[in-house]
Design a protein around this ligand. Structure first.
Ligand code: SF4
Length: 385
């Protein structure tokens, strides 16, 4: 595996944990931010020293094609802390004019000083957690911004950073199809370069899961959720958004390059609590507890929670599943060149079964999900893994 040219940094702070969220984060503990940044600096330095020792050909300051700050809420950090975070990256990696530098942002926290710091540091793509333009839906989701904040914040970001992606959630309890359509239309009217749409999931351990189990929170009916996804696909296609992955829609030239790294099986660095990295034929995931991660790194101990050695066959199967998430699909020849495996030998029977079920199709040696398959992508993944 080649040295990564992509970097993910997990920023684990939020003002409040939303009822549906099971991400790695701490809520209301901003006082840990400086310690987090100290630990992050140490973690990156150690990893780069390790690479330097084990690979004499490796550059001590690797050049990056993509950088992504995700969370949590990166913009929960103050402007000064964001500046420090960007400096940590710039001091240790080489970013070029071509590097895609994305930051996830919360509309309630995107103040002008934060926007200025990010833009000055070369951030050229903002992924804004809008989720809805309906205040009642935002309240249901326990988000801390309101519809008006989104318009205001998009205007202010655009003065410095033009490439803006919006995240939206559908199948929220109480959300009608008409309301979802109007949410999509409002998003389109804002002219973002990219949209991501996700159906609300109820994850075990979240407050929403408990409330649903107690009968306090009705989950959207399956056929309504399907209709909502259908409407998203047709409406966005009609407005020149290319659906290039199950949940991702981009105007021409604005696919998220960082996410495409994950789906193409390329290597990447990951730092911060819960962050995953892929390199040296292994996938590593850091401790998910923010305080454990901070304490371990600051004590000079390893912050890695799990290491999975990727044998070639498992890696190939995983790549097959990830590639099928994309609308470009997977080409037999390219797959063989990248993994050394023939798709027919690796998963021929499953592929045939999924084709018989109408969930995948093959055109000119390229296999991809059918329209129906996009609704059942998890079933396809389960069959292939
Ligand atoms: S703002 Fe995002 S990351 Fe933070 S708790 Fe809410 S859903 Fe989770």
């Amino acid at each position: 595996m080649s040295q990564p040219r992509s970097l993910y940094i997990h920023v684990p702070f939020c003002a409040h944990r939303c009822g549906y969220c099971d991400f790695t984060l701490v809520a209301g503990k901003d006082h840990l931010a400086e310690k987090y940044l100290d630990a992050l600096t140490l973690e990156i330095d150690r990893e780069l020293q390790r690479i330097d020792k084990s690979d004499s050909a490796a550059h001590p300051n690797p050049e990056l094609d993509t950088v992504f700050f995700g969370g949590g809420t990166p913009t929960q950090l103050s402007a000064q802390q964001l500046e420090r975070l960007c400096e940590i990256v710039h001091d240790r990696f080489q970013l070029t004019a071509e590097t895609e530098f994305s930051v996830e942002a919360n509309p309630a926290r995107m103040t002008d000083d934060r926007i200025a710091v990010l833009s000055d540091a070369g951030v050229n793509r903002i992924s804004l957690g809008v989720q809805s333009f309906d205040d009642a839906t935002l309240t249901m989701l326990e988000r801390d911004h309101r519809r008006a904040d989104v318009f205001d914040c998009v205007d202010r970001i655009r003065k410095r950073i033009e490439n803006i992606s919006l995240d939206l959630i559908f199948a929220v309890p109480g959300q009608s199809l008409a309301l979802w359509e109007s949410t999509l239309q409002t998003a389109i009217d804002l002219s973002p370069t990219h949209l991501s749409t996700y159906g609300l999931t109820f994850e075990k351990g979240t407050a929403f899961w408990t409330r649903r189990e107690k009968g306090e929170l009705p989950q959207a009916a399956e056929d309504l959720e399907r209709q909502m996804y259908e409407v998203a696909m047709s409406k966005l296609a009609a407005h020149d958004f290319d659906q290039y992955e199950i949940s991702s829609f981009a105007r021409p030239g604005f696919r998220c390059r960082h996410n495409q790294i994950y789906w193409s099986g390329k290597t990447y660095f990951g730092f911060g609590p819960g962050a995953a990295s892929l390199m040296n034929n292994e996938r590593r995931q850091n401790h998910r507890s923010v305080t454990t991660w901070i304490n371990k790194v600051l004590a000079g101990e390893s912050a890695i929670g799990e290491v999975e050695e990727l044998d070639p066959k498992s890696f190939a199967r995983e790549l097959l599943v990830l590639s099928l998430r994309t609308n470009d699909g997977v080409t037999r020849k390219t797959f063989h060149e990248q993994t050394g495996f023939d798709i027919a030998n690796l998963a021929g029977e499953s592929i045939n079964r999924l084709m018989d079920q109408g969930l995948i199709q093959e055109v000119d040696s390229t296999i991809r999900l059918t329209y129906e398959g996009r609704f059942l992508a998890d079933t396809v993944a389960g069959e292939l893994l």
